[in-house]
Design a protein around this ligand. Sequence first.
Ligand code: FAD
Length: 449
Amino acid sequence: MKFEEIELSGFGKYPKAKCKVTRPPGIFDINEVLKNNSVIPRGLGRSYGDASLNDKGVVSESLLMNRFISFDEETGILRCEAGVTYKDLLDTFVIRGWFPAVTPGTKYVTMGGAIASDVHGKNHHNVGSFSSYVISFKILLASGEILDCSRTEHSDLFWATVGGMGLTGFILEAEIQMKKITSPYLTNRSIKLKNMDELFDKLEEFDKDYHYSVAWMDIVASGSKYGRNVLLLGNHEEGSGLPDKLKLRSAKKYIEKKISVPFEVPFTTLNKVSITLFNSAFYMAAKNKIEFVHYDKYFYPLDFILNWNHIYSKSGLIQYQLNVPEDKGKEAIDKVLKKVVAFGGGSFLAVLKKMGDQDGILSFPFKGYTLSMDFPVKKGVIAMCKELDQIVLEYGGRNYLTKDSIMDEKTFKQMYSGLWEKWMDTKIKYDPENKFTSNLARRLGLCPS
Ligand SMILES: Cc1cc2nc3c(=O)[nH]c(=O)nc-3n(C[C@H](O)[C@H](O)[C@H](O)COP(=O)(O)OP(=O)(O)OC[C@H]3O[C@@H](n4cnc5c(N)ncnc54)[C@H](O)[C@@H]3O)c2cc1C
């Protein structure tokens, strides 16, 4: 098997590591690699930090394993290989009236990556995360054995693998339940809100009426503008209410248009002034309205700008995503925001969502509120994030592993206390020699000792 030695990173471009990368076309080749190396599976590298890096072994990409295997038009059950992406699913199935029941904010994610991070969408509080729609998967173990895992078969491995960050084995195929839709459009209601009190009230008020909800917050504004935000609430449009023009478009193949950030922008152009201007402009332009929005614009606005991570310069960005329990969620998020505003190194708009419960052992979600923010990597940012960690810990919250690049082992083990130990029992049972490992696993102590 040939390896390419390249400097690799996640989507945040921080950290970077020299890794040996291979793109096996099938199981035989992964087994060959496993004989003499430790391995971390990789999809499209849309995790932000070091989850799919392994500078002490091999990074094994799933991208050639991208075939659809079967689809049942009656039940909406799809079987496909792990390298199939959300984009593949959407391009093939929306026109046939089926949609992924849970989708992250980019369609450049593989099914293997979606299972390993147990990704969530804007509907987590209503339907849970991706694993809720994963019926079963086939996984290649370190021993070379292939197991079928589901809620009833090898269920310990099923629950350790969803959200398990690729550390239990290589997911080869999955069986996924799709959702029936009657149109590619959503009805979106935008509500412009002055502060966090208004936001938390509205989230409660509209909880049951809308399948999707998410708020974009200006986390640079201070004083009377502190906590201002725009709440977006959505439902799949059933089709009958659509104007004729959109009904016609729904029946045609969708062709997306993109613009690109062609090179890394020098850091000086992305400073407090430009970020403040961007956040203000977004808030000012927002209007209270109800409109029909195509799914591509609704779910994947950032995908319209190819390589948008380039705007954060060569040093990259840290995406910090926390989840805090519901009862004191507002108080915790207020403390976090005050620290970010005081730091003044704030990011573009932050995203706040309501979360429900989840069963995966290391799955990020639990009933509460999640906030995600981007920070350009620069002086003081890591120290500030470490202070945020302390607030998250104080409120019994946790950070999302697929976004993380800076947490230390002690903080991780406090945040996932009681969970990482349980996960480790299963890891030792199926991978006692720690063949599946990554830079993230070594940083957080997710390796058998
Ligand atoms: C713009 C943007 C928006 C996003 N929005 C959201 C969001 O709304 N919600 C959310 O939950 N996430 C979100 N994410 C994060 C993203 O969904 C996850 O990081 C996802 O896991 C990336 O999938 P990938 O295929 O790129 O996997 P990679 O980034 O390559 O890998 C991620 C993890 O999956 C493991 N993995 C990959 N393939 C396999 C396999 N075949 N077998 C076993 N393990 C495997 C890797 O080892 C690694 O631990 C977003 C990311 C971006 C860039």
